[in-house]
Design a protein around this ligand. Structure first.
Ligand SMILES: [Zn+2]
Length: 77
């Protein structure tokens, strides 16, 4: 068995947004392709609809828990 389900052919309603460094604005990412990076995180790679600059948006497979519960160990003693 070969696990080769990486080809998203009929997915046109999938329009994520990203930040274009050239336009300095948020844009829809066209030709968006979901990729999994080496560290296991998912990212979206595509192009800016205005200038065609390659855009890259990291989705983050593992939530980094931004300012949630402070990890303070209880003082035992
Ligand atoms: Zn742009």
């Amino acid at each position: 068995m070969t696990a080769r389900s990486h080809e998203a052919s009929a997915r046109k309603n999938f329009m994520p947004q990203g930040y274009c460094v050239k336009c300095k604005a948020k844009k829809e990412i066209v030709d968006a392709v979901e990729e999994t990076m080496k560290n296991g995180r998912k990212a979206i790679k595509g192009k800016c609809p205005t200038c065609g600059t390659v855009m890259f948006k990291i989705l983050g497979g593992k939530a980094p828990a931004s300012s949630g519960t402070p990890a303070t160990p209880p003082a035992s003693q």
